[in-house]
Design a protein around this ligand. Sequence first.
Ligand SMILES: [Ca+2]
Ligand SMILES: [Ca+2]
Length: 96
Amino acid sequence: MKTMIYLLAFAMFASVATAQEWSFFDALDKNDDGKVTESEWLARNKKTANKKGKPFDPVMMKALFQGRDTNGDGTLSREEVENAPAKDKKKKKKQN
Ligand SMILES: [Ca+2]
Ligand SMILES: [Ca+2]
């Protein structure tokens, strides 16, 4: 069940991320302290959703945040942010 939510969130997120060439981590890390807190994460995703006129689902976004927080410290490092969909993104780029 949790996996399904994550996959759904991932699919939604991936479509947003692929359109962006700039550093997603830098966009998320508003206060530049080198880590993305849950509130930074939610704020950014909410902004993106609003911009695109899409509904913002904080529960889904929280699940996505937790899915990325691989070491479970409650914040996302640059590595954690860039590892999940970025890998996928590079693969797709190579094929094109
Ligand atoms: Ca931060
Ligand atoms: Ca972490």
